[in-house]
Design a protein around this ligand. Structure first.
Ligand code: ZN
Length: 313
């Protein structure tokens, strides 16, 4: 809200929104998004719970404020997990180029977590899910902030927050098959997972899963003008490529669909733990990462051709 007031005030003062660097207060914003999503009040955002319902409303309000439009009739893409009613939250910003806007870059993250289904410690039984994956969710919200202000994307951008990830990638499976059935021209899918803490002893800020599958990392580093994205041996060893919401999109569309993360469990002790709390996150790291990735996705949305490709198997 504070941000929006600043922007409205500035527009009254005749300042163009372009004058305001959209990434100015990203660290504060990231902190406020994660602190709400991972608060005890939301009880760990288990699929079908009251807590995840509040999380969804929070994200929808954010999209509405930014004028990020619902992709479907509403922001909610509903589906069932056994008897549980679950839903993804999906918004989009149409591209500003007459042809390229028909192509889509999907930016995603799961917003669910394991709720109270974790080992209680010292009377605390809430799996708050700050790093996993309120940070990824915050990353998607910050990118929506960026493009809602700059409006520089020539290709269309879809922002998707998935439910049911902790129950077997259920939300991304549902949405990917629905979009495939609609013949979406998906260029690439970029998923964010656990970006709350920095990697140690690496010459890159985050890794991409399925590194060897496409030229995504090379192109991102080329667009960034620095080594931003690298290859994690742990990610390869544990096939993280198949363990997050990028995978159902890869299976449906057979285009580069990969996850960006700065946590390969070598640098975080609170995975699926009651202490995965918002005060354990490094918001300077998170915001610096998103500040570097925003202009990279901007370039991805503007290239004349689809430069990011799968490598021949
Ligand atoms: Zn996760």
């Amino acid at each position: 809200m504070k941000r929006l007031i600043v922007l409205v005030a500035l527009s009254f003062l005749g300042c163009k929104t372009q004058d305001v660097k959209p990434t100015e207060s990203y660290s504060e914003q990231a902190d406020s998004y994660v602190s709400f999503l991972a608060s005890d009040k939301l009880e760990g955002r288990d699929s079908g719970s009251e807590g995840i319902h509040q999380a969804a409303s929070y994200i929808e309000d954010h999209f509405r404020e930014l004028k990020v439009k619902p992709f479907f009739e509403t922001y909610r893409d509903s589906f069932k997990i056994r008897e549980i009613d679950a839903y993804n939250v999906v918004g989009w910003l149409e591209g500003n180029h007459p042809e390229l806007k028909k192509e889509v870059i999907l930016i995603g993250a799961h917003y669910d977590h394991i709720g109270l289904r974790t080992k209680p410690i010292a009377g605390d039984s809430i799996g708050n899910g700050a790093n996993d994956n309120a940070t990824g969710t915050a990353g998607v919200m910050l990118l929506a902030d960026y493009f809602a202000i700059t409006k520089t994307n020539k290709r269309s951008l879809v922002f998707a927050l998935f439910s049911g990830e902790e129950m077997g990638l259920r939300g991304s499976k549902h949405l990917s098959s629905r979009l495939k059935a609609q013949n979406m021209d998906l260029y690439t899918m970029i998923n964010f997972e656990m970006i709350g803490v920095p990697l140690n002893d690496r010459d890159y800020a985050a890794f991409v899963s399925g590194y060897d599958l496409s030229n995504l990392a090379d192109k991102m580093n080329e667009y960034a003008g620095k080594k931003l994205i690298g290859r994690s041996d742990v990610a390869v060893q544990y096939e993280l490529f198949k363990r997050s919401d990028n995978y159902p999109f890869y299976l449906e569309f057979k285009v580069p669909c990969q996850t960006i993360s700065s946590c390969d469990l070598s640098n975080y002790d609170f995975y699926h733990h009651v202490d995965d709390e918002s005060n354990k996150q490094d918001y300077n790291h998170l915001s610096e990462l998103i500040k570097s990735i925003a202009p990279v996705i901007e370039t991805m949305s503007q290239t004349d051709s689809k430069e990011i490709q799968l490598k021949n198997e």
